[in-house]
Structure formats: structure tokens, C-alpha cells
Write a protein that binds this ligand. Structure first.
Ligand code: PMP
Length: 371
């Protein structure tokens, strides 16, 4: 029956993990999947999560189904984290303009938003940065959306090509969706500066484009999730001032809470008013209902506990700092050993400005180490 099913290509990143496991070199280092490791190279469960699990173990009374769009406590906590840190975000929240729901981590959240776009903005292609996380293209295309790319990173200069990005999005038709990594761009580790964000927002406004933010690493850039939200504050201002009618935001708690396998995240859509929000929510609910019916409850309960308990929240902030500081210290060690021990004639300074879990070496396939 299935004889005509062709072999699908392996996932490049997850395929690397298999290759890694099969390699018996004792000095191997896993540079594949973006997951935090401690100083001994082991996975790490943040202390705030351990403590939240304790609380949950002692207080949990049911494992009933969650509502289709997630538990209200979770939604309120997440909205408070993402939208109540700046006056404009608070205004959008208070005006009842933000539809937020629990998603299956970042990927599942992107997927539901993509399905929403296919239904209600089918003509607008989705512009992806070049390069980007490979799954962006698959998620959008499997949801029936057309994707194109905008210039983002200049491999020769080893920095962001902001002029290229601005030119490319400036050419887009109204209604085009522009996907932007909120921070810790995967795979370059290079983020827009705040003055670049200003220019991008100007074009989003004048060209009537729809920004779609992917926030998979919130906190891991500066070590503080609220500081990493700064670009969003600027966007919120543009929305409140009437320059942008909407934006979409997919938030993952995989990396910044170490909840990779719990699959907990959120998706949000900014609406023009409460009644639009109600209608948008009803459509999101229909998409979710026919996809996985309702989201898993365990991870979302942990997130809710951490975000609503003052002590655990500040412990979480410390956990994030611990992760961000270690990521940066490893980067500095890599820079120093490459500069001092190996390629002393190569400028590796781009490694130092990269942030988050990724490090783009700039090496090409041909450029092996000098012998
Ligand atoms: N967006 C980006 C840019 C990512 O790098 C990742 C994870 N690698 C995700 C989204 C989704 O991650 P998850 O589904 O595990 O939350």
C-alpha cells in the first residue's frame, strides 16, 4: 500500500545527533542541537524548575485536560511576563487587544500561527531571514504558505547586513509577513541593534507589513529576559501609536527554562480591540482543537508556578543569568584559544559579539585548519 512512499530527507540537525552518537572518538563535542550544557557537558535542570516541580508534586490535585487554548493562569502569567514590562505593552493588555494561548513549545506555537496565517492572510508570503533556523521554512511551507528570504547576515563581513535587510523588506507588498528572531538569532548569534529595530519598524509601518517574532531564546542574550524584550517595547509603542495594526509572537520556554521535552510555549496575536481578539481566539481554538485538542499541562503548570511565585521568579532570573554567563564565557574561551593557539592570523572577533546558544565560526567547507 505504501510502496510508492519515497524516503524523506533526514532532519539535518537531528541527523547530526545520530552521527554524534555513532562516533566513537572520545574527544567528540556535540555542536548539533541547541541545548544548554553545564561545565561537565551535561544537560541542566534550572533550580527554579526543580523547586517548582517540588511545589507541583505537593500541591497538584488533578491532571485533567487543559482548555483548548491553555490554562488561564498560564496565559495570565505569560502575558504578564511578555507584555506588562513596558507602558505600551500594558496598554495593549489593558485594552484587551492581546490574544495569547499555550502552544507546544516554540515549534508548535509557530505552527498554529502559520495555520492562522494560511487561513486569514493566505496571499502574504512569509519572508525569512537568510540564514535562519531550517524548520522555519518547513513549518511555513507545510502550512501552505509561500516563503521567501530577506538578506540578514553578511558572511564576508561576519555581521548583519542591515542595508540589505532594509532594502529587501522595503520591496515587500502590503500584507507580507516578516519573520524576525527577537534575540539570539539562530544560527548566527547576531541580533539587530536597537537603532536597526527603529529602521525596521519604520518600514513595517510604511509598507503595511506584518511582523512575526520568534522568541526562542528570551533572556539568553543579555542574561535578563526583560532586557531582551526591549525591541518588543519599541514595537508595542508603534502599535499603540497606530503605526502597526498587529504582530505575531511565538514564545518558547524550552531554552530559558530548560523545559525542552515538556513542550511548553505560547503564541500571541495583537488585535485591534476586544471583539477582534474574541474572534481571533475562536479561530485559534478551532485550529488547535483539530490538531491536538488541548495542550499538555505539566510544563505549563511549572511555568505558571515560576512566573507567579516571587522567590521562584527571582531564582529563574538567576538561572538565566547563569546560562547566559556560561555561554559567553565558553565563547570567550573559544575565541582565545583560536586566536592564541591556532589561527593567529584570522580575526575571530565576530565570535565575541555573538549571543545565545549559537556560534557561527565563519569557516567554509573548504577552509580547514592550517597544517
Ligand atoms: N525558533 C528558533 C529560532 C529555534 O532555534 C528553535 C529551537 N531550535 C525554535 C524556534 C523552537 O524550539 P522548541 O520547539 O524546542 O521550543
Amino acid at each position: 500500500t505504501w510502496g510508492n512512499v519515497p524516503q524523506a530527507p533526514p532532519d539535518k540537525i537531528l541527523g547530526l545527533k545520530d552521527l554524534f552518537q555513532a562516533d566513537d572518538n572520545p574527544n567528540k563535542i556535540d555542536l548539533g542541537v541547541g541545548a544548554y550544557r553545564d561545565n561537565n557537558g551535561n544537560p541542566w535542570i534550572p533550580l527554579s524548575v526543580r523547586h517548582a516541580e517540588n511545589i507541583l508534586y505537593n500541591t497538584e490535585k488533578e491532571k485533567e485536560y487543559s482548555p483548548i487554548l491553555g490554562n488561564n493562569t498560564f496565559i495570565t502569567c505569560v502575558q504578564r511576563l511578555l507584555f506588562s514590562q513596558d507602558a505600551y505593552g500594558r496598554r495593549l493588555l489593558n485594552d484587551g487587544r492581546i490574544a495569547t494561548a499555550q502552544g507546544l513549545s516554540g515549534t508548535g506555537s509557530l505552527k498554529i500561527l502559520a495555520e492562522f496565517l494560511r487561513r486569514f492572510n493566505p496571499e502574504g508570503p512569509v519572508m525569512l531571514p537568510d540564514p535562519t533556523w531550517a524548520n522555519h521554512k518547513s513549518i511555513m511551507q507545510y502550512s501552505g504558505l509561500r516563503t521567501e528570504t530577506y538578506r540578514y547576515y553578511d558572511c564576508n563581513k561576519k555581521s548583519i547586513n542591515i542595508e540589505g535587510m532594509l532594502d529587501d523588506i522595503n520591496m515587500c507588498k502590503p500584507g507580507t509577513v516578516i519573520l524576525i528572531h527577537l534575540c539570539c538569532h539562530n544560527p548566527t548569534g547576531a541580533d539587530l541593534k536597537l537603532e536597526d529595530w527603529h529602521k525596521v519598524i519604520e518600514i513595517l509601518h510604511h509598507k503595511e507589513l506584518i511582523p512575526f517574532f520568534d522568541s526562542a531564546y528570551l533572556g539568553l542574550c543579555s542574561g535578563d529576559p526583560i532586557k531582551d524584550l526591549k525591541p518588543l517595547f519599541m514595537v508595542n509603542k508603534a502599535v499603540v501609536e497606530g503605526h502597526l495594526p498587529t504582530y505575531l509572537l511565538a514564545q518558547s520556554f524550552a531554552k530559558n527554562m530548560g523545559l525542552y521535552g515538556e513542550r511548553v510555549g505560547s503564541f500571541s496575536i495583537i488585535c485591534s480591540d476586544k471583539s477582534e481578539k474574541q474572534r481571533v481566539n475562536s479561530q485559534l481554538a478551532q485550529i488547535v482543537r483539530s490538531t491536538y485538542s488541548s495542550p499538555p499541562c505539566h510544563g505549563s503548570k511549572l511555568v505558571s508556578i515560576i512566573l507567579s511565585n516571587e522567590n521562584l521568579y527571582s531564582e529563574w532570573l538567576t538561572d538565566i543569568k547563569t546560562m547566559a554567563e556560561r555561554l559567553n564565557s565558553v565563547r570567550i574561551m573559544l575565541f582565545e584559544s583560536l586566536t592564541n593557539k591556532y589561527h593567529s592570523d584570522v580575526d575571530w572577533s565576530h565570535l565575541l559579539t555573538q549571543r545565545g546558544m549559537f556560534c557561527l565560526s565563519g569557516l567554509t567547507r573548504q577552509a580547514g585548519p592550517k597544517t
